[in-house]
Design a protein around this ligand. Structure first.
Ligand code: EPU
Length: 421
């Protein structure tokens, strides 16, 4: 069992490099099976979720090679249309393969991804949308058996009840090579959706409106391969900023873009941090005061609102702020599981349904804690950096799903952090 040992109260100061976005690279890797040729995906982070996605691609018959930060996928050997249960269970987002496999192979057989640490995570919107495109889906004992009615999926207008990121991705993958025009109304507007559309368009797809509420996909007969650079990870960006802020420190981030976190920057400003973006050097700097101020209220919303994935890291920083901060989580039912663990470190947080009220304390103290999920784990790391004494964090498999080289990055900023196996 691995654990992180963090000795807190070291002020962070220095530079960190932001990696490619996890939530961009996963659907893009799934999309590579639609391409007729090889795709080179650059700025690819080294994450267990990327390894799990690569394992699925290899199982399907693709060749996948990784060198430095470039993953190359050659889908010419694609020969299977199923994903075994154990590979599906590795990662909930593997459901995004459904639209791609069905479009490419005419059928798809995979298991229901089931619930996860954030709550039930239904896929009803994915299935309803794919059915509208002409996919026949039979649900049988936890398996989804799907085949296309006719030769190809058929474009149509799909109105999403809510702007689901995963459902929007599945529709994009299924409709890029469908017959006719597909229109997604109330589509997710996340930057990772825009990145997926950039990749697909570079392969020859005809998609317009990405990043807006309505996306139009004109189906093409076939796609080719391309080289694509994955966009920066906005949640990793926020995580480093919150870590520096919680220690009263300073961080300079490269290979990121503040436009991706425009809804989060006001929370840092309200907490008393100074942020600066230099267009010339393309560096984002955060400088924190000795003691943070409270953040009056954080309401998580679909993009361009405050991202649910940034809720836990920002909450960790407010645990040591002066005053009371309020969080309202509107995206997931069960996204406060880190609260009990933060409380072990001395945080004062009350949760009532979707609302969490954080009463800042002058100092946290080190303890033994366990990651409850990916972003909850990041919150524990941030809190531990601001805690007096030693903190031991276990269940690191959650962190490893989404952060590339976190210990190394934080050590370079002056944190006392080490991993023990
Ligand atoms: N929902 C439904 N039915 C569906 C699909 C979604 O009810 O068919 C609900 C979900 O239960 C949830 C809400 O809609 O309450 C939003 O879900 P969405 O589909 O937008 O999220 P997702 O695609 O499952 C992605 C990210 C998450 C991120 C959310 C919201 C990936 C791989 N995952 O999940 O990232 O929190 O969008 O932005 O892209 C993370 O990185 O830690 C993470 C959990």
């Amino acid at each position: 069992m691995s654990r992180l040992i963090i000795e807190g109260l070291h002020k962070l100061d220095g530079e960190a490099v932001i990696h490619g976005a996890k939530n961009s690279v996963l659907p893009i890797l799934a999309a590579t099976i639609l391409a007729g040729g090889t795709s080179e995906i650059a700025n690819c982070p080294r994450l267990s979720d990327v390894r799990a996605t690569s394992a699925i691609l290899r199982y399907l018959g693709c060749s996948v090679t990784a060198q430095d930060e470039v993953v190359t996928v050659d889908p010419s050997g694609l020969c299977r249309s199923d994903i075994p249960d154990d590979l599906m269970r590795e990662m909930r987002s593997s459901i995004v393969f459904l639209g791609a496999i069905a479009a490419r192979m005419g059928e798809a057989h995979l298991s229901f991804p089931g619930g996860c640490e954030l709550g039930p995570r239904p896929i009803n919107l994915h299935l309803a949308a794919l059915r509208r495109l002409g996919l026949v889906i039979e649900e049988e004992r936890g398996r989804l058996n799907c085949h296309i009615r006719g030769q190809r999926l058929k474009g149509t207008t799909i109105t999403l009840e809510q702007p689901s990121v995963g459902a929007t991705e599945n529709i994009l993958l299924a409709s890029a090579t469908a017959e006719g025009v597909t229109v997604i109304v109330n589509a997710a507007r996340e930057p990772e959706i825009v990145d997926l559309c950039c990749y697909l368009n570079a392969c020859g797809a005809r998609i317009t409106g990405a990043g807006e509420g309505t996306i139009t996909i004109e189906g093409v007969d076939r796609l080719g391969g391309c080289r694509h650079q994955v966009l920066p990870d906005r949640i990793e960006t926020v995580t480093y900023m919150a870590a520096a802020a919680a220690t009263g420190g300073r961080v300079v981030l490269s290979r990121t873009n503040p436009a991706l976190i425009a809804s989060v920057l006001p929370a840092f400003e309200e907490a008393g941090c100074h942020t600066d973006w230099s267009e010339a050097s393309r560096l984002l700097t955060l400088e924190a005061p000795e003691r943070l101020s409270r953040v009056t209220s954080v309401l998580t919303m679909p993009y361009p609102g405050f991202p649910t994935d940034a809720q836990a890291p920002v909450m960790a920083m407010t645990c040591v702020a002066q005053g009371t901060s309020v969080f309202i989580e509107t995206i997931f039912d069960n996204r406060y599981r880190h609260v009990d663990e933060l409380s072990r470190l001395g945080a004062r947080i009350k949760v009532e349904g979707r609302v969490a009220v954080v009463e800042g304390v002058p100092r946290l103290s080190g303890a033994q804690v366990e990651c409850t999920d990916l972003r909850g784990g990041a919150a524990l790391v941030i809190a531990a950096l601001a805690a007096d004494g030693e903190t031991e964090i276990t269940a690191l498999q959650h962190l490893d799903r989404g952060y590339d080289g976190l210990e190394e990055g934080l050590s370079n900023l002056g944190a006392s952090i080490r991993r023990e196996e």
